[in-house]
Design a protein. Structure first.
Length: 347
């Protein structure tokens, strides 16, 4: 059973990191397109996707996260400053134009939003790689708690203030709602920097997994450069094929993070606990109630309920939006300007 779960986790984690890379490429390309929107040499998002992918090839050749820790710190600093600027810009805009009425809350919109929120916690796929590279792996739980507190400090003000100000008109990328001024351009530069730096970290587990399968040497060599470049270019092709990052983001969050972050950890934790402490002739349920406190069992059940709801309801609503003819966006290789108007409103 544990071997099956190990394989399942590896597959889901690879898929999650793969699609996260696609979202990062799309979002970075859209930000750059917005930044250079007013210059004569206007380039569509589809072209920016290729440019971003090519620029990121070099940083992707680095080894493991321990070799790129300055990149992680830089990404976090960019995000922190960007969140402050977004909040200030939205509040200033509110003082000038007032607020927009909120959208009608439906089961589909709620489920779709839940998938997007799940995506925000998708970093759990990186946990094993980070823990292995830590100097004190036994203190990993402390770093996770601190990281999630920082995430809440980043996400909550932007989410509440952004929706309070822009309501039903809020877009997949809230930067598109902000007035075009110094603050917005600064945020676009900062977020693009964050995406570029986080891109290499998110894809690192995929790189290492593929290198392990193909027996690529662990030191820098042409095989590593070729393999990682091929993966990045493949992600660029996927971004060119489905240039609609809002629906992709929600579908990834609901279909993978709900399983990887809420469901599978419960099963793995319970199985490991039971295997290591089960007595002879003792039933599985008897061991569970003997070795796991009732409060922990309640939390595990709550995690399963949230995870199953996200995996079923949120996946359905986000997938239906992804395949909806009204929200269909032509691939970039059919229409180079299809992505310029694809990432509109959320609901």
């Amino acid at each position: 059973m544990l071997n099956f779960l190990y394989i399942l986790v590896k597959l889901i984690k690879t898929y999650l990191n793969n699609q996260t890379g696609v979202v990062f490429l799309l979002l970075a390309a859209q930000n750059l397109q917005s930044l250079f929107d007013d210059i004569p040499a206007h380039l569509p998002v589809c072209v920016w996707i290729i440019i971003v992918a090519v620029v990121l090839l070099g940083p992707c050749w680095l080894g493991t996260p321990k070799d790129s820790w300055p990149i992680a710190i830089g990404a976090m600093v960019c995000t922190a400053i960007a969140c402050v600027f977004i909040t200030i810009s939205a509040l200033v805009d509110y003082g000038k134009r007032g607020s927009t009425p909120p959208s009608e809350i439906t089961f589909k919109s709620f489920s779709f939003s839940m998938g997007t929120m799940f995506f925000a916690w998708g970093g759990s796929a990186m946990f094993p790689t980070i823990q292995v590279d830590m100097r004190q792996p036994h203190r990993f739980h402390i770093s996770v708690i601190i990281s999630y507190i920082i995430l809440l400090v980043f996400y909550v003000p932007v989410s509440i203030i952004g929706y309070s100000v822009y309501g039903a008109s809020v877009k997949d990328n809230i930067l598109a709602n902000l007035p075009k001024n110094f603050l917005r351009y600064s945020v676009e530069i900062l977020i693009t920097g964050h995406l570029a730096m986080a891109f290499t970290i998110v894809l690192n587990p995929i790189f290492q997994g593929c290198e392990e399968l193909t027996r690529v040497p662990k030191h820098f060599c042409w095989q590593r450069a070729a393999l990682r470049s091929g993966i990045v270019l493949f992600l660029a092709f996927m971004a060119e094929t489905i240039p609609h990052f809002g629906a992709i983001l929600s579908f990834i969050g609901s279909s993978t993070v709900s399983i990887l972050g809420f469901i599978l950890p419960v099963f793995c934790y319970v199985l490991i606990k039971v295997r290591s402490t089960q007595l002879v002739h003792e039933r599985f349920t008897e061991t569970v109630f003997r070795v796991i406190p009732y409060w922990d069992i309640a939390l595990l059940i709550l995690s399963l309920i949230v995870g199953f709801f996200g995996a079923i309801a949120s996946s359905y609503s986000s997938f239906s939006d992804l395949v909806n003819p009204h929200s269909y966006v032509k691939p970039c290789w059919l229409d180079p300007r299809s992505a310029d108007s694809s990432n509109s409103t959320l609901f």
